[in-house]
Design a protein. Structure first.
Length: 327
């Protein structure tokens, strides 16, 4: 074998030194342009509100704009696919929730992305509890009345959902299983359409996030029977929890977290994670989110990835038990 010349070795040494110092320089320059946070739901919904409140303060922390990009449709799957297939450069982020990440892989055989392989956790931000709402013309004033009137009956209760595979969909399924009540999920293309159907009395009820339902409840446009929260929500303090209403094992909620494409540089992920956790812990941000119906957490990368794995197993089991299979 021919030994390299001194000139070659010198050149290699220079290249090695340049490469060694190039990575820290790149890490230090991140971020150097605007970041995009894709949201799989329309403006005004819980994930959108969370993205905008957090994004505004995160932009101040990182000294770069954070652009919220609404890509509604397919229960959040459109936005999730978009980010999963995006460049792993630290500038493409997803405001993720349980439906498109924890539920969809088990519920849909032809899912065009694989969250476990194509997405990584950046920071867990909050959790959203759900409230069982019915039209104001509904004969049911309590959860016990609804269950008692329909337990073991052949007639199905029509429950609106914000899309097949959403937490509200499988929350309704789980409710039916535990209460021995037949439930027929009615999937709507948008949050607005589902809310309109509830208000109009076109469906018997729905499990809706407290953040979405609170304004309609305060306006007297629908009635709440129970919440899935561990303790009563300050948004709807007169509404009992499912435990108080006689169904203590009926507990479900949806996590909300920022995810990024797999392969995103570690330095970028660490910077983002620190910024996000710090942002949601700011008193004014935390208060805004609590007032919107969220339970604020603020967990780093390791905790977020651990949560994602646990939630995939938990929701996967519920989906399998239901027998649901999407296209």
């Amino acid at each position: 074998m021919t030994r390299p010349s001194r000139r070659t070795l010198a050149a290699l040494g220079v290249a090695l030194i340049a490469t060694t110092f190039a990575f820290p320089a790149t890490a230090q320059s991140y971020p150097d342009r605007p970041m995009r946070v894709s949201v799989g739901f329309p403006a005004g919904t819980g994930p959108d509100l969370l993205a905008r409140v957090v994004g505004q303060r995160l932009s101040e922390f990182l000294n770069q704009p954070v652009v919220v990009d609404n890509k509604p449709g397919a229960g959040g799957q459109i936005a999730t696919q978009l980010v999963a297939k995006s460049a792993a450069d630290g500038y493409n982020l997803l405001m993720a929730e349980a439906g498109s990440v924890s539920i969809a892989p088990t519920a849909f055989e032809k899912l065009p992305y694989n969250p476990a392989r194509e997405l990584v956790g950046v920071a867990e931000l909050a959790w959203a509890d759900f409230v069982l709402v019915v039209p104001v013309i509904s004969p049911y004033k309590t959860l016990a009345e609804m269950v008692g009137a329909n337990k073991g009956k052949s007639r199905a209760l029509n429950f609106a959902t914000f899309g097949a595979g959403s937490p509200g969909h499988f929350g309704a399924v789980e409710f039916g299983t535990q209460a021995d009540v037949k439930v027929e999920p009615i999937h709507f293309r948008s949050t607005g359409d589902a809310v309109t159907a509830i208000i109009a009395g076109d469906v018997d009820g729905a499990w809706v996030s407290t953040a979405v339902a609170s304004a309609q409840l305060k306006g007297g446009k629908m009635r709440a029977l129970a919440t899935t929260a561990q303790t009563r929500s300050q948004l709807v303090p007169t509404v009992p929890t499912t435990a108080e209403a006689g169904m203590p094992s009926l507990r479900f909620s949806s996590w909300l977290a920022i995810l990024a494409p797999a392969g995103t540089p570690e330095a970028a992920l660490d910077t983002l994670s620190r910024g996000l956790v710090r942002t949601v812990q700011l008193p004014e941000v935390r208060q805004k989110l609590i007032e919107a119906g969220f339970t604020v957490t603020g967990a780093g990368r390791t905790e977020t990835d651990r949560m994602l794995k646990a939630e995939a197993l938990r929701w996967g089991s519920i989906v399998k038990t239901s027998g649901f299979k999407g296209d």
